[in-house]
Design a protein around this ligand. Structure first.
Ligand code: DX5
Ligand code: ZN
Length: 219
C-alpha cells in the first residue's frame, strides 16, 4: 500500500537534528514532521521558526509542520517564511479556524486541520472541503513516546468515510504511538500519512524507516 512516512523530529537528537533529517530522507521518508509547542495549547515547549529556518537548508524533504500553539493565525506568515510546506493547525486552538486555513492556502502551502483525541470527527465537517489534510491525534498532544489510544482507528475510518462520501482526496494523517506493531491497523483504517517519532528515532532510524516500508508494502 502506498503511504507517506513523516518521522517526528521531536524524538531526534537535537544536537544533530540536520543529520537526523538527512538520514530519514535518504532512507526514503518523504516528509519530516515538525512539532511546534508553545507551553499553552499543550503542556510542553519544543522549538519554533528560527530552528525550522536553519533546518530548511539540510535537504529537500517536505516540511510537515504541526502547530500546537494558541491562536496560530499570529504566526502563519513566520512559518511560511521559515520554509514550511504543509502547516497543520488544531481545531481547538483558535476561534479563527477558517481564516487561518485560508491564510495557509493563500501562501501557496497545503493546509491541515487536526483534532485532539476527545474531539469528535463531526467537528471537522464545516472545514473538510477546504483542507488538504486531516490530522487525527492518537495521543494527547504534547509529548512523544505515549501509547496509542484505542478507538483512534475508528476515528480514522470515520474521516475516510467523510472524505470518500464527498468525493475528496484529502490526506489523512495519524500522529502518536505508532510503531511496527500497529502500523498495518492505521493504514487499513484509512490513514495515508503516518507520523512516528520514538519508534523511528529511539533506535536506528534507517532500519526503522525500512521496517515501516516493508509492513506497508505487504498490505
Ligand atoms: C505529540 C506530537 C507527535 C509526537 C509523536 O504531541 O504531535 O508528533 O512526536 O511521537 P511518538 O511517535 O513517539 O508517539
Ligand atoms: Zn505531531
Amino acid at each position: 500500500m502506498e503511504y507517506i512516512l513523516s518521522p517526528s523530529l521531536l524524538s531526534c537528537n537535537f544536537a544533530s537534528a540536520g543529520n537526523d533529517i538527512i538520514e530519514v530522507w535518504q532512507a526514503g521518508a518523504k516528509y519530516i514532521h515538525l512539532d511546534v509547542m508553545d507551553g499553552l495549547f499543550v503542556p510542553n515547549i519544543s522549538f519554533g521558526q528560527p530552528v525550522i529556518k536553519s533546518l530548511r537548508k539540510c535537504c529537500d524533504i517536505i516540511f510537515d509542520v504541526h502547530l500546537m500553539i494558541r491562536e496560530p493565525e499570529r504566526y502563519i506568515a513566520d512559518f511560511v517564511k521559515a520554509g514550511a510546506d504543509i502547516i497543520t493547525i488544531h481545531l481547538e486552538s483558535t476561534e479563527k479556524v477558517a481564516e487561518t486555513i485560508a491564510m495557509i492556502k493563500e501562501a501557496g502551502l497545503k493546509a491541515g486541520l487536526s483534532i485532539k483525541p476527545k474531539t469528535p470527527v463531526s467537528a471537522l465537517e464545516p472545514y473538510i472541503n477546504d483542507v488538504d489534510m486531516v490530522l487525527i491525534m492518537s495521543v494527547e498532544p504534547g509529548f512523544g513516546g505515549q501509547s496509542f489510544i484505542e478507538g483512534s482507528c475508528e476515528k480514522i475510518a470515520e474521516v475516510k468515510q467523510m472524505v470518500t462520501a464527498r468525493g475528496l482526496s484529502t490526506d489523512i494523517e495519524v500522529d502518536g504511538g505508532i510503531g511496527t506493531g500497529n502500523l498495518a491497523d492505521v493504514l487499513k483504517a484509512g490513514a495515508n500519512v503516518i507520523v512516528a517519532g520514538s519508534s523511528i528515532f529511539n533506535g536506528k532510524a534507517t532500519e526503522s524507516v525500512k521496517a515501516f516500508d516493508e509492513i506497508a508494502k505487504q498490505i
